[in-house]
Design a protein around this ligand. Structure first.
Ligand code: 4AZ
Length: 771
């Protein structure tokens, strides 16, 4: 029994031992698994923490935007000292510290002088904000925060705030948002500092502050600009005569791409260039450089002999605003006067209205200056001549070059000379040469065809004139020496792809017969002649004037225009005068329309190109091109159709019958525009006769009407077409653009139109498909 018990005890002990062994074994297994789990867990937590940190510091940081605001305010109780220009000076640091510590978020960048007293404080503020789609620079919000911080008491608001004793003129605060600022220094004379900008992100607005040596000026040279051309709506390059983008300090706005060198000069040692690019679908860039140049005396006093040249300040750069130049001339004999040859410029008697492009005083007589496309000569019948030029434009102006020499005051025009209306003599050869040599342009007024129009260089420049089967030049020199013969005979019409179609039933019949559509490319229209006249005009028929466009300004019919291609319209420059009217976003073009409101096609306007020489005083160069946002579709070809643009050498013949069309007033006074498109037949009026009626008729104008009055264009018709039908090919061409006149339909006062043929090359530059 004992043995059995002992055995049982031993067995039990063995069992226990093996149990505890297993237990020990099981324990160590658990520890190992735990360690792995624990390790994985730790790894995971570390990973999560690392990822969170990474996300916080990198990803999040990338999604944040720094919004920069640059600004300016005037401190009225401190006067500017030269020491404020030195960043290390005690004066600079004292004011800077005061501003920085009081507000905590304004950083002073510079001080400058204020003409009306006080100190101008230039500053910047930066906000780091989460990146948001469609982010806007709320300049007013930041300005409000800024004003609250500056004002000592929010309840007791006054026009003077306080920054610990600095009296801040609250009305002087200006602020502007940007997303990048660069300070660029030009600290050495005779060295070019590059300014190369390219758009790297959408909605980019960058400020490039150009800072030159004290007491010097900055000359900025723009070599090329690649931007969207839409009147500075999408993209722009703006040059300011200060470090702040203040409207009144704009030196120049560039809204179009360019690859010809233009240079600008500041009036002090600071200049700001802003670059705005809204999209980066296309390459957007600016290439240029800037230099520090010594200050020329802007109030230059030049003394001249009797032969030489005078120029605007900083020639050939654009000359800055606020200049006064004086020159004194003396000829060797009392019988000799001074002749002034203005390049691309003219002067004429100053009227009550101010001058826009230079104010001239010549021996106590006042004149206004205008840019034009040729040279003019002005004679001063005195041996001693004092000339004063004052810049009258708020922005920089194109450089001026005036050559001068003496002429015999008493000598009547010798043989071989032409007498200008002003009494001046010019060589006969200078008549009708396209370069206007008489001061009043009388040498260019009554010419058959300008000889210069068909000189060799012009034909090389505009290959479309040569060997096109049309005698563009009067002497036919554009069609001589053509190696390829014109394959179609007199009864056929040559399509642009060189195939021939039968003329009589194919060309300009409203149906496309040439495969390339060139038989209908412009000027075909169904002509009808109805007789029920309404105050000088009559109702038109549907589709009769398929190139006629009604231009609506903020929803109201305002001007007319003509279709010249799929996306371009031609109108009058004076329709787009002023800030509001020059904004393409305010306009819609109504095409294929007879009754107002029933347009077959309506498009917004993408771009308005006003002629660079447009003169608002006498409506010279009254022409503008409009680019549609959406080209009209081919499916509307029967109701919308371009009118042909006459070639450069086309001459409107007096007595020729043409039509003026529009929705303008049917009477001179007290009448709203017409609902139905009106037409009136008018005659081209002899230029001499028109000149004697109005006086100021330039070669860029032509007159048309009926001497009895009655049939005429009127207010609201401006910009619309004067359509003539070619006797040669039956096509309609745009002889004129409704421009101005003395009243409407008055006897002996014909309507004045822009002479379109004069602008054939200008139009071709923007619309190469035309001509
Ligand atoms: C105008 O004010 C206007 N009779 C247009 C044409 C004429 C006169 C005035 C010509 O838009």
């Amino acid at each position: 029994m004992v043995n059995a018990e002992e055995r049982l005890e031993r067995l039990a002990r063995r069992l226990n031992k093996s149990k505890s062994k297993r237990k020990a074994k099981g324990n160590s297994m658990w520890n190992f698994q735990n360690k792995i789990i624990l390790f994985t867990l730790v790894l995971f937590i570390i990973g999560v923490i690392a990822w969170t940190l990474l996300w916080l510091f990198i990803v999040q940081a990338e999604n944040k935007d720094a919004l920069y605001f640059v600004g300016l305010f005037r401190v009225s109780n401190i006067e500017f000292l030269p020491e404020y220009r030195q960043k290390e000076s005690r004066e600079f640091l004292s004011v800077t510290q005061n501003v920085n510590t009081t507000t905590g978020f304004i950083f002073v960048s510079a001080f400058s002088n204020n003409n009306n007293g006080g100190l101008l404080v230039h500053f910047w503020i930066v906000f780091v904000v989460p990146q948001a789609k469609g982010q806007v620079f709320c300049e007013d919000c930041v300005a409000a925060i800024l004003k609250d911080s500056i004002q000592t008491s929010i309840t007791n608001r006054t026009s003077v705030g306080s920054l610990q004793g600095l009296a801040v003129d609250m009305d002087s605060i200006v602020l502007s948002g940007t997303n990048c600022i660069y300070d660029l220094y030009a600290d050495q004379l005779h060295q070019q500092f590059p300014l190369d900008i390219s758009a790297t992100s959408e909605r980019m607005l960058c400020y490039f502050k150009l800072i030159a040596l004290l007491g010097h000026l900055i000359r900025l040279s723009i070599v090329s600009i690649q931007i969207e051309a839409d009147n500075c709506i999408t993209d722009s390059v703006i040059i300011y005569d200060s470090l702040m983008p203040i409207k009144s300090k704009i030196l120049y706005r560039i809204c179009e791409p360019t690859d010809s060198l233009i240079t600008f000069v500041s009036t002090n040692n600071l200049m700001l260039v802003t670059f705005k690019s809204t999209q980066i679908k296309k390459l957007k860039e600016v290439h240029g450089y800037f230099e520090v140049i010594p200050q020329e005396s802007i109030s230059a006093k030049g003394s001249a002999g009797f032969e030489g040249r005078i120029t605007s300040p900083y020639f050939p750069s654009f000359y800055p605003p606020k200049c006064i130049c004086t020159w004194n001339f003396q000829t060797p004999q009392k019988s000799l006067g001074i002749a002034l040859k203005f390049h691309n410029y003219t002067i004429s008697e100053k009227s009550i209205k101010g001058c826009e492009h230079g104010w001239w005083k010549i021996n106590e007589h006042m004149y206004c200056g205008y840019y034009i496309d040729h040279q003019t000569i002005f004679h001063v019948a005195s041996f001693a001549v004092n000339i004063e030029l004052r810049c009258s434009s708020k922005i920089s102006e194109k450089p001026l070059l005036v050559e001068y020499g003496s002429y015999n005051i008493s000598q009547p025009c010798p043989l071989g000379y032409f007498k200008c209306s002003t009494g001046l003599c010019i060589q006969q050869a200078q008549r009708c040469d396209g370069t206007n040599d008489c001061f009043d342009e009388s040498d260019e007024l009554f010419c058959a065809v300008s000889k210069q129009n068909c000189n060799a260089s012009l034909l090389i420049q505009h290959k479309s004139l040569t060997c096109n089967g049309i005698n563009d030049c009067e002497d036919g020199r554009d069609e001589k020496n053509c190696t390829q013969s014109v394959p179609c005979n007199n009864n056929t019409f040559k399509c642009s792809n060189s195939t021939c179609i039968r003329k009589q039933n194919a060309k300009c019949d409203g149906a496309v017969d040439c495969l390339d559509g060139s038989d209908e490319s412009c000027g075909s229209g169904k002509y009808s002649n109805t007789n029920h006249r309404i105050v000088g005009g009559s109702d038109t028929q549907e589709g009769e004037w398929p190139w006629q466009v009604s231009l609506h300004f903020v929803g109201v019919s305002y001007c007319g225009a003509s279709v010249i291609s799929k996306e371009w319209l031609l109108s009058a420059a004076h329709c787009f005068e002023g800030n509001r009217l020059s904004d393409p976003r305010s306009w819609t073009a109504h095409l294929g329309m007879r009754v107002q409101g029933n347009a077959k096609f309506v498009s917004t306007v993408r771009r308005i190109v006003v002629h660079e020489y447009y003169n608002s005083r006498n409506y010279d160069y009254d022409i503008a091109l409009l680019q549609l946002s959406t080209p009209w579709p081919d499916t509307l070809r029967r109701v919308i159709h371009p009118i042909c643009v006459p070639p450069l050498v086309h001459k409107a013949r007096s007595g020729e019958k043409c039509w003026v069309t529009g929705w303008g007033q049917k009477q001179e006074t007290g009448d709203d525009g017409s609902i139905i498109l009106q037409k009136a037949e008018v005659e081209i009026v002899d230029q001499t006769l028109c000149h004697s009626t109005y006086g100021l008729i330039t070669t860029r104008m032509l007159c048309a009407g009926v001497m009895s009055g009655k049939r005429d264009g009127c207010k609201g018709d401006s910009g619309g077409p004067l359509s003539c039908r070619s006797k040669g090919n039956g096509k309609w061409f745009l002889a004129g653009i409704v421009s101005w006149g003395y009243g409407c339909g008055r006897p002996n006062f014909p309507g004045v139109y822009t002479r379109v043929s004069n602008f054939a090359l200008w139009i071709h530059k923007y619309v190469p498909s035309v001509l």
